[in-house]
Ligand binder design. Structure first.
Ligand code: ADP
Length: 511
């Protein structure tokens, strides 16, 4: 079947990203949207758009039958699921196939094998990939959990076999806490995934989260595109990612890549995927899980390996060989060029425990310049609601060295102006100045240690005052406008050019 038109079954920045890849690949893209997303950039950027239904995901982006019907009705041959929503549901991949559509991703069997973490752990062990010490079959009850925890030695993590997004995970420090943690994790897993199966693994004290990007095509070629360092996390959710990692030498990269390609091979993987590892300070690494989809943080890999991963996904889905040069066969190595960092710009207030924020984005000034990439799913006039993930945009910086990448990120973060609601932007600016971060001394507990220090650091000269002035300006201009509602909000008619120019003049005056 020749691939001409793709349904993009997602929203936000990843929908925009996939639409761009379709267009670069010479394919038409059909967007889908929920009622409050009517004015979202992904709807405008696509060649056609289908309304799915009201805001709740269950009635829109998570409704498999509506998505498949939309693809058929608009003459699409394939569905790209993006990340989140239905991207890791084996049943959805199967339903696409049954409807005669290409699922842009791995075979359902690979999603299923990796989606059950206990099965994944068994398969990885069989393939010779080291896994975090722990159980590989679901726990029967808290008694078995306690027995296994004792054997491993505290602290341990009780984890959901179906886990994702940090849910269904409990840290247990001693015998007395096992029962409570077991019941709480089971309840949470049952609610989030409809599956309360649990396993237990050793809690590693200060590992780094290091993941390997792989691409595999239908011709049996599997390549590894180096690592991403994703240790800067909050509540097990990534905030800043970079590639390469300061902790990974070429020799370690080779070993990680071999383990990752073996992992992918063990489940017959095809398409883009990520194998996550924990790396201990002494250099041992353990398989954590595989994400059988494109990841949020994929652009850092694209920068340093000069690859368009989403275009490759589309090519592979169409049965073509991947276009990644410089490596061949399992374990084939590509080499990183320079350094890239990504900051997730989320609608969360870092000064208020990262509480999710809502509101109309009244004004947006997008950073640019050498080595800067801005992947966004929003623009001025859009309404940010609590219905979906708080990720608004990703800012990615590339430089010949880590220092240059950080310097460019700092500059770009200072150029970025978002008026209308608090975001994670000031947090990122402060991390870029933090001594431990600058030295690359990070692990998954970095924010526990550094969070208070980073957020208490004085703001960069002028910037936050300029933002306050900009906010006041925009609020002033808005006086005679009716308050925008989610369905009527439009990009402000006022002249964005004059606003940006005045803001610059103000900033110069303040510094
Ligand atoms: P999820 O699928 O919910 O994202 P993961 O298993 O990928 O869960 O783990 C998410 C994060 O939780 C990791 O990046 C790491 O920070 C932490 N984590 C998970 N397992 C362990 C472990 N055994 N020891 C220490 N930290 C862990």
């Amino acid at each position: 079947m020749s691939l001409k038109r793709v349904l993009v079954a997602n929203r936000g920045e990843i929908a925009v990203r996939v639409i761009r890849a379709c267009h670069d690949e010479g394919l038409a893209a059909v967007a889908v949207y929920s009622e409050p997303d009517r004015l979202a950039p992904h709807v405008r950027d696509a060649d056609a758009a289908v309304l799915l239904g009201p805001a709740p995901s269950s009635e829109s982006y998570l409704d498999a039958s509506k998505l498949i019907a939309a693809a058929k009705d608009t003459g699409c041959q394939a569905i790209h699921p993006g990340y989140g929503f239905l991207s890791e549901r084996a049943a959805f991949a199967e339903a696409c196939k049954d409807a005669g559509l290409i699922f842009v991703g791995p075979p359902a069997s690979a999603i299923r094998a990796m989606g059950d973490k206990t099965e994944a752990r068994r398969r990885m062990q069989a393939a010779g990939v080291p896994v975090v010490p722990g159980t590989t079959t679901p726990l029967r009850d808290p008694i078995e959990a306690r027995k296994e925890a004792k054997r491993l030695g505290y602290p341990v993590l009780v984890k959901a076999a179906a886990g994702g997004g940090g849910k269904g995970m409990r840290l247990v420090a001693n015998d007395a806490d096992v029962e409570g943690a077991f019941q709480a994790a089971r309840r949470e897993a049952q609610k989030a995934f409809g599956d309360g199966s649990l396993y237990v693994e050793k809690y590693l004290e200060r590992p780094r989260h290091i993941e390997i990007q792989i691409l595999a095509d239908h011709r049996g070629r599997v390549v590894a595109l180096g690592e991403r360092e994703c240790s800067i996390q909050r509540r097990h959710q990534k905030l800043i990612e970079e590639s390469p990692s300061v902790a990974v030498s070429p020799a370690l990269r080779r070993r990680l890549s071999e383990a990752a390609t073996a992992a992918a091979g063990a489940v017959g993987y095809v398409s883009a995927g990520t194998i996550e590892f924990l790396l201990t300070p002494s250099g041992e690494f353990y398989f954590l899980e595989m994400n059988t989809r494109i990841q949020v943080e994929h652009p850092v890999t694209e920068f340093v390996y000069g690859v368009d991963l989403v275009r490759e996904q589309l090519r592979i889905a169409a049965g073509q060989p991947m276009r990644v040069h410089g490596a061949s066969g399992p374990g084939g190595q590509l080499h990183p060029r320079g350094h890239a960092i990504e900051c997730r710009i989320t609608a969360e207030d870092p000064f208020n425990d990262f509480l999710p924020q809502t509101g109309v984005l009244q004004y947006l000034r997008v950073p640019s310049g050498p080595g800067i990439r801005w992947d966004a799913g929003i623009e001025a006039g859009n309404d940010v609601t609590l219905f979906y993930d708080p990720l608004l945009a990703k800012l990615i910086a590339w430089g010949e060295t880590r220092e240059i990448a950080i310097q460019r990120m700092r500059r770009a973060l200072s150029e970025l102006v978002i008026v209308g609601l608090p975001t994670s932007q000031p947090f990122h600016l402060r991390v870029m100045d933090d001594a431990e971060f600058l030295k690359g001394e990070i692990d998954i507990r970095y924010l526990e240690r550094a969070g208070a220090r980073v957020l208490a650091a004085p703001p960069r000269a002028g910037l936050e005052r300029a933002l306050a002035v900009a906010a006041a300006m925009v609020a002033d201009q808005g006086h005679d406008r009716p308050p925008p509602s989610s369905l009527t909000a439009r990009p402000p008619q006022s002249n964005a050019w004059t606003q940006a120019a005045r803001l610059d003049a103000l900033r110069d005056g303040l510094e």
